[in-house]
Design a protein around this ligand. Structure first.
Ligand SMILES: [Zn+2]
Length: 74
């Protein structure tokens, strides 16, 4: 979240000027958090992929169970 020390306010990322300056006072804005949030390494946390793998494994197992149930009905 961009932070302006002069105004003591958080700024919406879209409201920060092109040069990384505050639209209210024109001072420089601390955008370290924004840069970190948009870097490729930080965009998707590792535990997101743990959840993705768990969901895929669970749904795959349920699919196998469903196919087994269908075969039993024949
Ligand atoms: Zn400001």
């Amino acid at each position: 979240m961009p932070w302006c020390d002069t105004c003591d306010v958080y700024l919406a990322p879209n409201s920060v000027d092109e040069g990384g300056t505050c639209p209210t006072c024109g001072g420089s804005v601390d955008t370290a958090d924004r840069i970190q949030a948009t870097s490729p390494d930080q965009a998707v946390p590792w535990h997101f992929w743990v959840v993705v793998v768990a969901v895929v494994a669970y749904l795959g197992w349920r699919l196998i169970q469903g196919i087994g149930w269908l075969v039993q009905q024949l």
